[in-house]
Design a protein around this ligand. Structure first.
Ligand SMILES: Cc1cc2nc3c(=O)[nH]c(=O)nc-3n(C[C@H](O)[C@H](O)[C@H](O)COP(=O)(O)OP(=O)(O)OC[C@H]3O[C@@H](n4cnc5c(N)ncnc54)[C@H](O)[C@@H]3O)c2cc1C
Length: 464
């Protein structure tokens, strides 16, 4: 293995850095080939699609083409929240498909957390899957108001106490001690994972079923029945594009998504004494807050706090760029969050800082597409909620390709179309505005304890 390439892959996240063994790419494509299904991208979407295809039809010839290595993209870098709730806007889906379809979709996200757990157990994927639920904390009056609004909306949408409920202060104390917490919500429908181990474990599981994964293989053109790579052409009855944010690098697809960077840091492993002071005893409990640029945190299997937040704009000339995966301002914001919300960990050394591009469609709603007349499908646009969403998308794509009439193929993201983003430099200005205005609104609310009205300035870009 080229040591520089190994370093580059490990530098993409805490999770990739900690992968046992080497990250040597699998063999690449070596010339023209023919198969039944060609999938571009070995992230969660591509791998779940391949996995379920082979479970339903073991003799299908499935080839996955990956530019780097399995789990190189956000699938191997994310916050490891296998969290429920729909990826997208309730009202957008409901407008087009009716409330009942969205309710069914929401319930499917609950079931999907357990389905991931079942596959992890069946395939013996050692990815620290642990389902202890998720906690949302509010530390200012405007954040508490958003908590109330979120709960009211959840009740209107049919979620009961078993799905989402406010915690009494005593109950909260038993889960974690967050200084100054004014209100909190708990949902049991969330698990913690090490996402790189999940993605790479899934790739191994796919191979065991006979899926061929070719790494170091860049698709230059992805279209019906054919994928053109540098090393050759792959001809297939079905082609699936599973490249989420990287789709914007393909010809004609630039404005499909806004690539919005989400960044993370991880502390060194904390001592048991610190964990006990934090009171964060449920290993799989994930925690977030109600800021506009909210944080999301997990306790890792080896006892670190891994915490992330959005807020790094992209570069106009290079929207997806490894240079954007470190950002001093976001790093400082995340450190400050650790100091404020988790004071016993305030002095812990930060050992890792990384990030990656989220794929945000113009209406923030995900899609799963398949056209049986051309055999071409694609899925993505999870707007930062892709761990569970991609597993649903993969299962759904397998059903669509095999013509199975399941409940999954009737969910509202199937065939959903969002309009494209405005041409540059407007999309770039929108991303700058989202990040700048929301960060400034958070600072204002922290300082004054009053709701910032300036968020209305970016409403046209964040509320479909
Ligand atoms: C920092 C961060 C934190 C996040 N946290 C969470 C979280 O906690 N929970 C959650 O639900 N979601 C989270 N997300 C979002 C989630 O990670 C993604 O939505 C999800 O991983 C997308 O999976 P995917 O397989 O569709 O795409 P990707 O993981 O991006 O995989 C696409 C693959 O395609 C490959 N590829 C790209 N172009 C080509 C090409 N031309 N030819 C061949 N291969 C190509 C890439 O190398 C990549 O491996 C986070 C994202 C980031 C960046």
């Amino acid at each position: 293995m080229d040591p520089a390439l190994e370093r580059r892959y490990r530098a993409r996240s805490l999770w990739l850095d900690q992968m046992p063994g080497t990250l040597t790419p699998r063999p690449s494509l070596t010339g023209d080939t023919v198969c039944d299904v060609a999938i571009v991208g070995a992230g969660f979407t591509g791998l779940w699609t391949a996995y379920y295809l082979k479970r339903h039809q073991p003799d299908a010839r499935v080839v996955v083409l990956e530019r780097e290595i399995a789990g190189f993209g956000p699938s191997g870098r994310n916050g490891g929240w296998a969290s429920s709730r729909i990826a997208g806007s309730w009202s957008v889906y409901a407008r087009r498909h009716g409330e009942d379809a969205v309710r069914r979709a929401e319930r499917e996200t609950f079931r999907a957390v357990d389905e991931i757990g079942r596959v992890v157990a069946r395939e013996r994927i050692d990815c620290g899957f642990r389902k202890d639920g998720t906690l949302t904390v509010a530390v200012t009056a405007p954040q508490a108001a958003r908590t109330r609004a979120q709960l009211e909306a959840a009740r209107r949408h049919g979620l009961g106490e078993d799905d989402l409920r406010p915690l009494e202060p005593g109950e909260l104390e038993r889960l974690v001690r967050v200084p100054g917490c004014r209100s909190s919500l708990f949902s049991p429908h969330c698990a913690r994972v090490d996402p790189a181990r999940l993605a790479r474990g899934l790739a191994d599981a796919c191979e065991r079923t006979g899926v061929v994964i070719l790494e170091g293989t860049e698709a230059i053109e992805v279209g019906p029945r054919q994928v053109r790579c540098r090393q050759g052409v792959v001809t297939a009855d079905h082609v699936v594009r599973a490249t989420e944010s990287y789709t914007t690098q393909l010809p004609g697809e630039t404005l499909r998504y806004l690539p919005l960077y989400s960044l993370m840091i991880a502390t060194e492993p904390l001592s048991e004494a610190v964990w006990s002071e934090l009171g964060w005893q449920e290993e799989g409990l994930t925690i977030r807050d109600q800021r506009h640029l909210f944080f999301y945190a997990q306790r890792t299997a080896d006892g670190r706090i891994a915490i992330g937040g959005r807020g790094a704009p992209y570069r106009l000339d290079r929207p997806i760029d490894e240079g954007r995966e470190h950002d001093a301002a976001v790093y400082e914001r995340l450190r400050a969050t650790v100091r404020r919300h988790f004071p016993p960990a305030a002095d812990a050394e930060v050992t890792h800082h990384w990030g990656g591009p989220l794929a945000v469609p113009r209406d923030w709603c995900m899609s799963v597409h398949y056209d049986p007349t051309t055999g071409f499908g694609w899925a993505g646009g999870y707007s930062g909620h892709g761990v569970v969403a991609s597993s649903i998308a993969g299962r759904t794509m397998a059903d669509l390709l095999l013509g199975r009439s399941t409940e999954l193929v009737t969910l509202p993201w199937v065939g959903h179309r969002a309009r494209r983003w405005e041409p540059e430099p407007l999309r770039y200005l929108a991303s700058q505005a989202i990040v700048t205005v929301l960060a400034s609104a958070d600072r204002y609310e922290d300082r004054t304890d009053r709701a910032a009205r300036r968020t209305a300035l970016v409403a046209p870009f964040v509320q479909p």
